[in-house]
Design a protein around this ligand. Structure first.
Ligand SMILES: Nc1nc2c(ncn2[C@@H]2O[C@H](COP(=O)(O)OP(=O)(O)OP(=O)(O)O)[C@@H](O)[C@H]2O)c(=O)[nH]1
Ligand SMILES: [Mg+2]
Length: 442
């Protein structure tokens, strides 16, 4: 199971729980441990984190107006963010960058990605080929430079890195010089010597260690070793797209206290690079790119709306209208619903544009209360449909469509009601006012 899916299941367990008590917190922590350890996060780190969560999760003083559920969710989120380290702010000025790392970690690819990144920031990058070990290295980088459309410096078959660097420094006029070095299958004296030599003659401002996510927690040890040789200024973790051990690699780097993750590589193409932001990373894993904003919205909407917490007996069009309003304020709701373990709402309904939702709202407003209570009378009468359409300034087919959507949701709700377990949970949640965004939909 990938880390994201595992974490989303943890969150589901939390949001789907009838009451959030010590038992739930314990079971969430257990599940979290399992997920993190299977992503190769160091056991000691996982245990320390568990202790902190346990301590903070049910501490009333920390809750500050949040419900227990929201608070626990926040605690878990914060802990994950700090486990995975700080975010990075890229330096956007002329600079010299050296890339180093073991064999096949993704140095050459990362060099091209960085060139592309800085180019897009309005700087002029150049790539320097200093991998004197692998015969095809020169050509590989040269081709990448063509792809990026940036300058390239290298001397084919030259075996002295110092000469290549002198040549590049003498001839280049670009702002960001990115140097690609040779990899090795493991540490040895030759690698150490060569890196020191490059470090001396190139005098880089940034020294990025490139390592592949699939080495998991070994990333920490590697970062320390390279740091001891030349002093690294950041780490680029590559292949985050194709490894289940990314969490292990990121947390291990963060735990060294010496190295910070600067960029993530998430594919083979030159644009597959992103500046590392642990909040965004965790948010995405959880299915919410902006988790903090989401928490705020949930709180605000449920406060404003004071959503009617009536039992789930019957859904009326008036309720439906309220839900649509809430949906518009919240943005994409599908994830929120599935987070609560509720059945997924029809995707097409949630992805309706603003325009359609406004239309639906005005249609419902044009109905009599009788029609709102019994939409089937609208469905049966063409003249009612026409009258409503006219009143709302829409076409009759819009009215028909709304009724159809409403029927879909009602059907779903009925299915949901038949499932006693789910229903009990939902009712309890609605009554307690906890994260009460689902209203009758849930
Ligand atoms: N999926 C994926 N593949 C990547 C990523 N970065 C690099 N690769 C692939 O990994 C392989 C090795 O990448 P290189 O950039 O040549 O690695 P290197 O560190 O320069 O290798 P050496 O020069 O031989 O030490 C290539 O097939 C790349 O396409 C990434 O972020 N995601
Ligand atoms: Mg290479």
């Amino acid at each position: 199971m990938d880390l994201g899916r595992g974490l989303r299941n943890v969150i589901k367990r939390l949001t789907g729980a009838t009451v959030v008590d010590e038992g739930i917190v314990k079971s969430i922590i257990k599940e979290l441990q399992r997920v993190l350890i299977s992503s190769d996060v160091n056991v000691k780190l996982v245990l320390e984190m568990s202790k902190r969560i346990e301590k903070k999760a049910l501490d009333r003083e920390l809750m500050k107006g949040l419900t227990t559920r929201e608070h626990v969710m926040n605690v878990v989120y914060d802990e994950l963010v700090s486990l995975l380290g700080e975010s990075y702010t890229p330096v956007l000025k002329p600079q010299k960058i050296m890339l180093l790392g073991l064999f096949g970690s993704g140095k050459t690819t990362a060099a091209a990605k960085l060139a592309y990144f800085y180019k897009n920031k309005g700087l002029k990058p150049a790539l320097i080929a200093c991998d004197i070990e692998r015969p095809a290295a020169y050509d590989q980088l040269k081709q990448l430079a063509e792809k990026v459309q940036c300058a390239f410096y290298g001397i084919p078959d030259e075996k002295d890195v110092k000469k290549i660097i002198e040549f590049a420094l003498k001839n280049s006029k670009e702002d960001v010089l990115i140097l690609d070095s040779a990899g090795r299958s493991a540490f040895d004296d030759r690698l150490t010597e060569e890196l020191k030599k490059i470090n001396e003659s190139f005098a880089p401002d940034q020294k990025f260690l490139v390592l592949s996510a699939d080495i998991g927690q070994v990333a920490g040890k590697q970062a320390e070793e390279f740091d001891n040789i030349v002093g690294i200024t950041g780490v680029i973790v590559t292949k985050i797209d194709s490894s289940a051990k990314g969490g292990g690699a990121l947390s291990a780097v963060a735990a060294t206290q010496k190295a910070k993750v600067a960029f993530l590589g998430h594919g083979e193409k030159i644009e597959d690079l992103e500046v590392y932001n642990s909040k965004k990373f965790v948010g995405r894993l959880l299915g919410f790119p902006d988790f903090e904003a989401l928490m705020e919205k949930i709180k605000k909407v449920s406060e404003e709306q004071g959503l009617k917490t009536k039992p789930l007996e019957k859904l009326t069009l008036e309720d439906f209208k309220e839900q649509l309003k809430a949906a518009r304020k919240m943005g994409p709701l599908d994830k929120v619903f599935s987070m609560f373990g509720a059945p997924d709402l029809p995707k097409d309904l949630l992805q309706q544009g603003e325009e359609k939702l406004t239309k639906y709202e005005s249609i419902i407003s044009s109905m009599t209360s009788d029609e709102k209570e019994h939409p089937e009378i609208v469905k049966k009468s063409k003249s009612r449909m026409e009258r409503i359409a006219k009143g709302a300034g829409v076409e009759t087919r819009d009215v028909r469509q709304l009724i159809r959507e409403f029927e879909k949701v009602t059907k779903m709700l009925n299915m949901f009601k038949k499932n006693r377990g789910l229903r009990k949970k939902a009712e309890k949640m609605l009554k307690s006012g906890n994260l009460n965004i689902g209203g009758p939909f849930m």
